[in-house]
Design a protein around this ligand. Structure first.
Ligand SMILES: C[S@@+](CC[C@H](N)C(=O)[O-])C[C@H]1O[C@@H](n2cnc3c(N)ncnc32)[C@H](O)[C@@H]1O
Length: 221
């Protein structure tokens, strides 16, 4: 049986690319820079959604595999990125890849749906080669939502339709360390001009400068 979150993304999929999402817009350039996709890379995009990053990695010549548990998200991703292999996989279960298959993993805005953070980060460590890197982005655990108001939500409100786990900063640090990763970079992204037009003018004046996103870049040594 499908989980609530899986069903939520199945419903959201057809509209997901139609409404710019502040998290995704704010973090995009930094995620791309931190993954830094190259021709020689074998990259796993975990929680690939409609395949936005997978396509960009593939356009840089990397060999890309995308996984997600929403059939509908995967359907859209598959049409968008013919050069990428997409599979249905659940990040809360053992991944269906051998040890050390990838040299990079990207996991953007997905770990909020994962309850057993330690398990999932360990699985990422297992399927990475030695010397590989994991980049993951999440909503900043200390994000202050007071006064935060977008102009439009599209027709879908994720928080009401899916399971979201509010992991703390220390939970991420523990999971990363427990899995055996070494921290390369932790980047905090403040609300800035990139998303100004997605927020109401009043809200932007109140919330600009607050950290909305945190990105981790980790090494498997
Ligand atoms: C907010 S979207 C992010 C999609 C994409 N990474 C992006 O940046 O546009 C989260 C994605 O994670 C997927 N997802 C959530 N929980 C998952 C799980 N346990 N296993 C696999 N995919 C999951 C959802 O189906 C959805 O496509």
């Amino acid at each position: 049986m499908k989980s609530r979150t899986e069903r939520a993304y199945d419903i959201w999929a057809h509209d997901y690319d139609n409404h710019p999402n502040p998290h995704i817009l704010l973090e995009h350039d930094d995620v791309l820079k931190l993954v830094s996709p190259k021709r020689s890379d074998e990259i796993l995009d975990a929680g690939c959604g409609t395949g936005k990053y997978a396509l960009e990695f593939s356009n840089k010549g990397a060999e890309v595999t995308g996984i997600d548990f929403s059939d509908k998200m995967l359907e859209i991703a598959g049409k968008k990125c013919p050069g990428v292999k997409f599979y249905k996989d659940d990040l809360q279960k053992k991944l269906s890849f051998r040890n050390g298959k990838f040299n990079k993993i990207n996991c953007a805005q997905t770990l909020k749906h994962v309850r057993k953070l330690n398990f999932t980060i360990k699985e990422f460590h297992r399927v990475l080669k030695k010397g590989g890197i994991l980049v993951f982005s999440v909503t900043h655990p200390d994000m202050d939502w007071n006064g935060y108001e977008t102009k439009s939500h599209g027709n879908f409100i994720l928080g009401e339709n899916s399971d979201i786990y509010h992991h703390k900063f220390k939970d991420y640090l523990f999971a990363v360390d427990n899995a055996g990763f070494k921290i390369d970079t932790i980047k905090q992204l403040p609300i800035n001009k990139k998303i100004e037009l997605l927020l109401t003018p009043k809200s932007y004046r109140i919330v600009k400068g607050r950290f909305e996103i945190i990105i981790f870049r980790l090494n498997k040594t």
